[in-house]
Design a protein around this ligand. Structure first.
Ligand SMILES: [Fe+2]
Ligand SMILES: [Fe+2]
Length: 180
C-alpha cells in the first residue's frame, strides 16, 4: 500500500505554473469555483459599499445633533468598511474578475440595507442590524470556501472579526444611550 504523497512534486508544480501564466495568481491548483467566488466577493463588495454610505450619512447627521462621540464611532466604522471594500476589490482582480462598483443595482447586490434612521437610536439600531447581516453572510461565505480558496477565506475571516467588533461597539452605544 503506497501512501498518496501530500505534496505535488516540484516538477509537476513548475510545469503547472508555466501553463496559463496569464491567469496570474489563479493556478491550476486553485480548486475554488472561480466564477461563484467572484460573484460572492462582488456581493460582499456591494454590502461594504452600502455600509460606507450608510455610516457616512449617520456620521454627518449625528454631528448635526451634537452627538460627537457617536458620530466619531460612525466615521471610524465607515473608514473600516471602506478598507474592507478595497480588500475585496483587490482580491476580485487577483482572481481574474472585475469589481462591480456600479451604483446600478448596488442595493440589490448588497446583503445589508441602506436605512437612514431619524433618531440617534434608530441609526445605531440600523447599523447593528446591518452588521449582524454582514456577520452571518461572511460566516456562510467562509464555510462555503472551506479549503478551496485559503487566501479569500483568510481575508473574509479578518473582515468577519472586525464586523463582530463593530456589532459589539454598537451594542455598547445603545446601552450608553439607554442609561442617559
Ligand atoms: Fe466591513
Ligand atoms: Fe462593519
Amino acid at each position: 500500500m503506497t501512501d498518496k504523497p501530500f505534496l505535488t512534486d516540484i516538477k509537476t508544480l513548475r510545469k503547472r505554473a508555466r501553463e496559463h501564466i496569464e491567469k496570474g495568481a489563479v493556478t491550476p491548483g486553485y480548486t475554488g469555483d472561480r466564477e461563484t467566488v467572484i460573484k460572492l466577493l462582488n456581493e460582499a463588495l456591494a454590502t461594504e459599499t452600502v455600509c460606507v454610505l450608510r455610516y457616512k450619512r449617520h456620521y454627518f447627521m449625528a454631528s448635526g445633533i451634537n452627538a460627537q462621540s457617536v458620530a466619531e464611532e460612525f466615521l471610524q466604522h465607515a473608514t473600516e468598511e471602506q478598507g474592507h471594500a478595497d480588500e475585496l476589490a483587490q482580491r476580485i482582480v487577483q482572481l481574474g474578475g472585475e469589481p462591480n462598483l456600479s451604483p446600478d443595482g448596488m442595493l440589490t447586490r448588497s446583503h445589508s440595507e441602506y436605512v437612514e434612521g431619524t433618531s440617534l437610536r434608530d441609526m445605531i439600531t440600523e447599523d447593528l442590524v446591518a452588521e449582524r447581516i454582514a456577520i452571518d453572510s461572511y460566516r456562510e461565505m467562509i464555510h462555503y470556501l472551506g479549503a478551496n480558496d485559503p487566501t479569500s477565506r483568510r481575508m473574509l475571516e479578518g473582515i468577519l472579526a472586525v464586523e463582530e467588533e463593530h456589532a459589539e461597539d454598537l451594542v455598547s452605544l445603545l446601552d450608553e444611550l439607554g442609561s442617559s
